[in-house]
Design a protein around this ligand. Structure first.
Ligand SMILES: Cc1cc2nc3c(=O)[nH]c(=O)nc-3n(C[C@H](O)[C@H](O)[C@H](O)COP(=O)(O)OP(=O)(O)OC[C@H]3O[C@@H](n4cnc5c(N)ncnc54)[C@H](O)[C@@H]3O)c2cc1C
Length: 681
């Protein structure tokens, strides 16, 4: 996984299982305090949760962040500090449960951003673990109470043909060397397409993937295991201030392995803007590439409409709003909802089923657990890459000599690869777009079981870019499993949180994919990970508020008994017990509250599963680190100097957000870059 250390020795997927052992260096007092905090958030299983949490913190966060969290734990243990913070000279552990809650809530609502950040970091992790961890005996007590059972579809017998390439033994100098025509860094949506197209065109291709290879028989069966093995930073990626949870894939297949498969064309006005303002041809060739990719990925509407998506269509009809069913890249996929754990059935047309399989069928070598450190650039041209690979004998240096290098490590990691390779352009790492997604949860009368059925089968288009331009967004269902739901739901005390979670089976959550108002940047951090910063601007906040109001109306119109706008504090509208005459007035007051919702850092909850724009493509050498064919530009003064043989082919290329699901656009741009690479090889 990018940003995490490459495993110490020939790691196979099964060996990555979480270890419930305390990380070295953590004191008993720190762990006991963490357990007390865990118990305050969600009752039960706190000791195991604290151990899991400490391990996850150690493996996923930057050293200074780990130090900071441990400092917070020590602060909580200090009677002297608590005299100031909580007006009580006692250790946090020794406070009564009610006092512990009040203590945490003071941090949650503190005017000091660092306190809010610490509260939310711990809240997210500890509530997630409470509901995502199957427990020692695969019998998480919450699951039984809620009636949650992630389906365990039988693993397909028809395994994906992709097999990781077995590296040869290292030479005397402890280095493995490979030769290829093209090396592709990253095996996600963009990298997979480039590898397939070039290998099918007869080129010798090596794909390096920092994450592990997981086949269908060993796909995770639980949310916790899937976050641990398949997600960037074990699912703990977030902006530096903790305000935005960032989800991204990080195994062979990248985001395609775990994503929700929604296939969407970029809006017409975005295509027009990219062409007009950034010089990117978005006409007939783009449309033809998109259509061909749809065929390659068996794109089709979902065969069934699960309750959470039926609610979108029902609500939209009641409001006379535009909505549609969604096309998805899966075939024969009906019931199990395990798509975000990878797909044991093999019905999802993810990278390992589609483009990487094509690439391998044409001889491409897909190397898992191989993290590219830098591209080798000599005399202004790329000559290969240097990587660190996990092998049976430990970590080894891997050199891949190739005259052409395509970087497709995703928008959160590609800038680091370029920076470590000496690429200099002021926009590398900047202009990060994340499609900030606010959440509204509707509690229905009937069970919804959001975790089952084809993911995202319907969408609300009423406020799309075609209607609202720059401020456009689409509304989709959020097919979360319990861990993600638990961390998304507001926490105003253990009982209140537990009460919402007990009714999880009836919750139909909605997310809005907004076109960014605001942007961020990705800065290289010490351990090879990144520091990610993001700020909403006034347009961004206005769009999020507009989206909250629309989602609340949609949820109510689809029959929700209760509507929760997620944040701290949340805004809640309940129908039960309200006299019928008073409902409209109460809802109007609720809308008014949403239209002023606080989206300050760590107040309004914002998620992102789409990261883009950190090596943007375009015709202006001063603004765009990549030209319109994907070549990389570098040079402090002469920024239009192209590094020969070096290309980018992932979501980093987006010059702006698009306000809808990006996979199709990434793949179509990658195909364009593949044509450039083929023509110049
Ligand atoms: C939960 C979730 C649901 C989503 N649902 C949808 C959806 O329904 N529809 C849609 O259109 N989009 C969806 N997306 C987004 C979509 O999957 C991503 O935008 C897309 O995969 C990004 O493609 P990419 O090529 O830029 O990078 P990725 O697919 O992220 O691939 C980058 C790969 O590079 C690897 N890597 C990183 N650094 C290095 C390195 N130094 N060396 C080697 N390898 C490296 C990473 O491990 C990763 O595997 C979803 C994403 C998530 C997380």
């Amino acid at each position: 996984m990018a940003g995490r250390r490459v495993p110490a020795a020939g790691v196979v997927a099964g060996e990555r299982a979480l270890r419930v052992t305390s990380p070295p260096g953590w004191s008993e007092a720190e762990l006991a305090t963490l357990a007390a905090v865990a118990e305050t958030f969600v009752r039960g299983g706190a000791v195991r949760r604290a151990t899991l949490a400490a391990g996850a913190i150690e493996r996923s966060l930057e050293p200074d962040q780990v130090r900071q969290l441990r400092r917070v734990l020590r602060l909580l243990e200090s009677p002297a500090a608590n005299l100031v913070l909580a007006r009580r000279a006692a250790r946090y552990r020794d406070l009564t449960p009610a006092r512990r809650e009040r203590y945490l809530l003071r941090w949650a609502n503190s005017p000091i951003p660092q306190r809010r950040a610490a509260f939310h970091a711990l809240r997210r992790l500890l509530t997630f673990l409470a509901y995502a961890d199957p427990g020692e005996t695969a019998a998480n007590p919450h699951w039984r109470a809620i009636g949650y059972a992630a389906e365990r579809p039988p693993a397909t017998l028809d395994l994906s043909p992709v097999r990781p390439y077995a590296l040869p033994a290292a030479g005397a100098a402890g280095t493995i060397e490979l030769q290829a025509d093209v090396v592709v860094v990253g095996s996600g949506a963009g990298g997979g397409v480039v590898a397939a197209d070039l290998a099918a065109g007869g080129r010798s291709v090596v794909v390096l993937e920092a994450g592990p290879f997981v086949d269908e028989t060993t796909m995770p069966a639980s949310e916790l295991d899937s976050f641990d093995r398949l997600y960037l930073d074990h699912g703990l990626a977030a902006t530096r201030d903790g305000a935005v949870t960032l989800l991204a894939g990080a195994a062979v297949g990248g985001g395609t392995l775990i994503n929700w498969m929604t296939w969407a064309m970029p809006p017409d006005d975005v295509r027009a803007e990219w062409q007009r303002d950034h010089g990117i041809a978005m006409g007939a060739t783009f449309v033809a590439d998109a259509a061909a990719l749809g065929v390659e990925l068996s794109v089709a509407p979902a065969p069934t409409l699960p309750p959470r998506d039926a609610a979108i269509l029902r609500g939209a009809e009641a409001l006379s709003w535009r909505a549609s069913t969604i096309e998805r890249n899966a075939r024969d996929c009906t019931d199990c909802g395990s798509c975000s754990f990878g797909c044991p059935r093999g019905t999802k047309a993810s990278g390992i089923r589609a483009h990487l399989a094509t690439a391998q069928a044409h001889g491409a070598r897909v190397v898992a657990d191989a993290r590219c450190n830098r591209v080798l650039v000599e005399g202004g041209r790329a000559t290969g890459v240097e990587a660190t690979a996990g092998t049976a004998v430990g970590l080894v240096k891997l050199l891949v000599r190739a005259p052409q290098v395509v970087v497709a490590a995703g928008a959160l990691r590609t800038p680091g690869v370029l920076a470590r390779s000496g690429i200099r352009h002021p926009s590398v790492g900047r202009h990060l777009r994340i499609h900030p997604a606010p959440v509204v949860a509707g509690r229905m009368f009937e069970p919804v079981r959001m975790w089952l059925g084809p993911l995202q089968a319907a969408r609300l288009d009423e406020f799309a870019a075609s209607q609202r331009g720059r401020l456009g967004y689409v509304v989709e269902s959020a097919p979360a499993h319990l861990g993600l739901l638990a961390q998304a739901m507001p926490w105003e005390g253990a009982d209140a949180h537990a009460s919402v979670m007990q009714r999880a089976a009836n919750i139909a959550p909605l997310v809005a994919v907004t076109r960014d108002g605001g942007e961020g940047r990705v800065v290289e951090a010490k351990r090879g990970g990144t520091r990610i910063e993001y700020r909403l601007d006034a347009d961004g906040v206005a769009t999020l508020r507009h989206a909250l109001v629309s989602m609340a109306r949609l949820s109510r119109a689809s029959g929700a008994l209760e509507v929760i706008a997620v944040g701290m504090p949340p805004a809640v509208f309940g129908r039960e017990g309200v006299p019928s005459g008073g409902e409209s007035t109460a809802f109007a007051a609720f809308e008014d509250r949403l239209s002023r919702f606080d989206f300050g850092p760590n107040r309004g909850s914002v998620f992102s599963a789409h990261q883009m724009g950190t090596a943007r493509m375009g015709s202006d050498p001063r603004l765009h680190p990549c030209d319109t064919d994907g070549h990389v530009r570098s040079g402090a003064r002469a920024r239009d100097v192209v590094v020969r043989g070096l290309y980018v082919a992932d979501a980093s290329l987006f010059p702006t957000g698009i306000g809808t699901n990006p996979m199709l656009t990434i793949m179509a741009l990658a195909r364009r870059v593949a044509r450039t690479v083929a023509a110049e090889g």
